[in-house]
Design a protein around this ligand. Structure first.
Ligand SMILES: [Zn+2]
Length: 441
């Protein structure tokens, strides 16, 4: 334990020096989008709505917005032309399930050992890594014990003081006493704090939601199920809140224009969440026919987060010490069950968004999620539409991001190859523009 900690501390120093540099740069040269026109040209352009590729592709950008898109757009006098050559232009990617405040390593230990300021510095670097990998918008699904520290990260990004995706944030997730994210297994006399905020009934949910909104939350995250086990291909998981309690939370959030997202792996918690009218059911490993029907009817998104399950299943030595450990077997069984259920969810027309649960695995590597969704039965075109069109809706930026359209934010990336032919090219982003500002070229 000592060695990695030392390495981390020395890298922290480096980080502080780098952050200082960034902040001084931002102070001396403010970073809003330039007001001169920029024209992006490339061999191909992804038309997300039609699920087709336009050849060649051009995007005209003025300030933070897109002005014109097509094969040949107007070239105003004095326009700065950026020719990206044999690449595909596409909208910035959306990750609907991230944890900027987590990094690889023992999840429960890092939240106990690292201070909130330390974790906030790490979160700013995670935000930068995600942006450089092409993710220009993200929904952060909980700081895991850093409270509303994500408010400062979101605001610093919005002010152009640090690089990062546009963020929707929720502060801490909410959980019952002794629930899925409580600090179980420690000496009770040490009073180790949970990674989530306790609420045990509807009035407590309402009070916590009011506090979180006060502190800057854009949406509310609730743990609805856990702990989980898989036996004979069937998932068993405890629910945490009743349908009535979740409805009270959804209603209170709606009163102040917020929505609720739940961590929910299976029944009956997933059904309660769908009945209550949440915005998304994250993980969604096993859904009943009735739950899938309600999700279709109410347009509730399932966010499968395959990458985190694969990562845990593939990292037995690191996390569990022994490849035959029951926890490893459980992860493999869970992934197997989930990919089978995912095919049923696609067939049933459940609305899907793309979220990786990055944090427990390295930030900036989460394009793996696209590859896994294709591997488990979704055509690349449908995966792109789930990510960009559904993701924009889920994050509340419908008509603003997720497409290369006039009037949209100029969130544009480029990749070699054609993602509709080979989705894995999304792991190799060569150009990143967010709100008209170029971050990677
Ligand atoms: Zn998560």
């Amino acid at each position: 334990m000592t060695k990695p900690r030392l390495v981390f501390q020395s890298s922290l120093l480096l980080v502080l020096v780098m952050l200082h540099g960034l902040i001084s740069a931002a102070q001396t040269q403010p970073q809003p989008a330039t007001q001169h026109a920029i024209l992006l040209h490339a061999a191909r352009l992804l038309d997300v709505k039609n699920g087709s590729v336009v050849k060649p592709g051009e995007v005209l950008v003025l300030g933070e917005r897109i002005v014109e898109v097509g094969s040949a757009v107007k070239h105003p006098a004095g326009v700065e032309v950026i020719d990206l050559g044999d690449q595909t232009l596409l909208p910035g990617l959306i990750d609907a399930h991230v944890h900027l405040f987590l990094h690889p390593g023992e999840e429960d230990l890092q939240t106990v050992q690292e201070s909130v300021p330390q974790r906030t510095i790490s979160a700013t670097l995670a935000a930068r890594d995600d942006l450089m990998a092409g993710f220009t918008a993200e929904r952060d699904m909980g700081t895991e014990g850093a409270g509303s520290a994500d408010t400062a990260v979101r605001d610093a990004i919005n002010e152009g003081r640090i690089p990062g995706p546009r963020l929707r944030i929720c502060g801490n997730a909410i959980d019952i006493l002794g629930g899925h994210e409580d600090a179980i297994g420690y000496n009770p006399e040490q009073h180790v704090l949970p990674n989530a905020t306790h609420a045990n009934n509807a009035p407590e949910l309402v009070a916590v939601i009011r506090q979180q909104v006060k502190e800057g939350a854009d949406f509310i995250k609730i743990y609805e199920t856990g702990t989980d086990s898989v036996r004979n291909g069937k998932l068993s998981t405890n629910y945490q809140y009743t349908e009535a309690e979740l409805s009270a939370a959804v209603q209170e959030a709606a009163r102040v224009g917020r929505r609720v997202a739940v961590h929910a792996m299976g029944e009956p918690g997933t059904l309660y969440a769908a009945q209550a009218g949440v915005a998304s059911i994250d993980h969604a490993n096993q859904l009943s026919e009735e739950t899938m029907r309600l999700m279709r009817e109410k347009q509730i998104f399932a966010v499968p987060t395959f990458t985190v399950f694969e990562y845990f299943a593939d990292q037995p030595a690191k996390y569990f010490g022994d490849p035959t450990a029951p926890a490893v077997q459980r992860m493999r069984q869970m992934l197997d069950l989930h990919q089978r259920e995912f095919r049923k969810q696609i067939a049933a027309g459940v609305p899907l968004a793309v979220g990786s649960d990055v944090g427990p695995f390295p930030h900036g590597t989460q394009a793996r999620e696209f590859v896994l969704m294709v591997k488990y039965g979704m055509p690349p075109r449908a995966v792109m539409q789930a990510d960009l069109i559904n993701g924009a809706k889920l994050l509340g930026w419908d008509g603003q991001i997720g497409g290369l359209e006039p009037g949209y934010f100029a969130d544009v990336i480029a990749v070699p190859g054609d993602p509709l032919q080979d989705i894995s090219v999304l792991g190799n982003v060569s150009f990143v523009m967010k709100g008209g500002v170029i971050y990677k070229k």
